[in-house]
Design a protein around this ligand. Structure first.
Ligand code: PAF
Length: 282
């Protein structure tokens, strides 16, 4: 399995696959792979004839330098896992390849980027949208796979693809969780043992929101208060947001209805984790 670092190499390796009419799948990652990423690769392998995975820790989507520095990196192990799953090509460019000297062009992300993550991490989605668009050009594919855990990111990408008429389909794959409910994230690796135990409360609070809805509660404020109480009881007090929102626009709602989603961003120590759950009414 080739591991290449230059755009030109990716394009030349993809050209014969494209000419042979193969369906090309693309999985974009920042490395430090876990089962969540691997589930995207498996989905791509099921549906596509040729699968490209990228590994690039994108500096422009981090807000603080220390967050970027703390981000886990393990390219050797990542490549071994991707090879085992039958990925056909890995593209792992250097920063200079993605952001050459003099780089100034960026994407103004779609409106859905302004809420929640966008509000708390100014510039984050500009960085994500820009790098995703660049990768869609550098490694042209038919279908790109994203995870539901980064729900707002997937919406941002979907809206960008629609708004800019990009010739690619976007698949949104389910969140993969540890048995105790914690959504898999590369950031989980930096949690201490006690923080790891505390982190599971995030998904428990989402489950509690669903339980309340299942027992007839519809008032968003009441549900958010109940979630906050669970989190604070377990020592999680630094919460960027708990939002109950329309799942298409991410506009917050006062009442839970069909297609409502609950989203959360909270800190466990220095580590910021996000998670979400679609709420079902019955
Ligand atoms: O979800 C991620 O890992 C990143 O935001 C992505 C899509 C690879 C862009 O850097």
């Amino acid at each position: 399995m080739p591991v290449v670092h230059q755009t030109q190499e990716v394009r030349s390796l993809l050209a014969p696959a494209r000419a042979a009419g193969k369906q090309i799948g693309l999985v974009l990652t920042m490395g430090a792979l876990h089962e969540g990423h691997l589930s995207l690769v498996r989905a791509a392998k099921l549906e596509c004839d040729y699968v490209v995975a990228t590994i690039f820790v994108n500096p422009t989507q981090f807000d603080a330098d220390d967050d970027l520095e703390r981000y886990p990196r393990n390219t050797t192990a990542d490549c071994a896992q991707l090879e085992q799953l039958g990925v056909d090509l890995i593209f792992a460019p250097a920063t200079q390849e993605v952001y050459p000297d003099g780089f100034t062009t960026t994407i103004d992300p779609p409106a859905v980027a302004a809420r929640l993550e966008g509000k708390h991490r100014p510039g984050h989605f500009r960085g994500v949208a820009t790098v995703v668009l660049k990768f869609l050009h550098m490694a042209p594919a038919d279908i790109a796979y994203f995870g539901n855990k980064d729900y707002q990111q997937t919406l941002v990408v979907q809206h960008m693809v629609r708004d800019l008429n990009l010739p690619i389909q976007i698949r949104c794959c389910p969140t993969v969780r540890d048995p105790d409910g914690l959504a898999l994230s590369s950031r989980n690796q930096i949690l201490s043992t006690s923080q790891r135990t505390q982190a599971q409360v995030i998904s428990h609070s989402l489950n509690h929101a669903q339980q309340l809805v299942s027992s007839g509660e519809r008032d968003a404020k009441a549900i958010k208060n109940a979630m906050q109480k669970i989190l604070s009881t377990h020592g999680i007090s630094r919460i960027d947001y708990i939002a109950i929102a329309d799942s298409k626009t991410l506009e917050e709602v006062a009442q839970v209805e069909d297609a409502t989603i609950v989203l959360i961003a909270a800190y466990i120590g220095q580590t910021r984790l996000i998670d979400n759950q679609l709420l079902t009414l019955c």
